[in-house]
Design a protein around this ligand. Structure first.
Ligand code: FES
Length: 105
């Protein structure tokens, strides 16, 4: 399991999101309820950045058509999206955020 340092925790807005690249993968870092989550930043419905959406109630809402994605599972909670987005492991150490793109085993 390889973690990559992506940014400082203070770069991620509280109850908000930050779009970053981990290698070639676009990742939305989301801070909610004192935790940090990482999801693939491309909506599963059309190719727009989830990190530009609103964070609310444990989800991030796609700004284009309004599907919300569960921050823990990546699953959409309402249409039109039907497919989940990938989620990634996150750790915070010494004020920095690390993401692992490895499979969740
Ligand atoms: S592009 Fe995200 S719900 Fe349509």
């Amino acid at each position: 399991m390889t973690y990559e340092k992506v940014c400082a925790l203070t770069d991620v807005p509280a109850d908000g999101a930050l779009g970053v690249e981990v290698g070639d993968t676009p990742v939305a870092l989301v801070r909610a309820g004192g935790e940090v989550f990482a999801l693939n930043d491309i909506c599963s419905h059309a190719e727009v950045s989830l990190s530009e959406g609103e964070v609310e109630g444990g989800t991030i809402e796609c700004w284009l058509h309004g599907s919300c994605f569960d921050l823990r599972t990546g699953k959409p909670t309402n249409p039109p999206a039907t497919q989940p987005v990938a989620t990634y492991r996150v750790k915070v150490e010494d004020g920095d955020v690390y993401v692992s793109l490895g499979s969740d085993d």
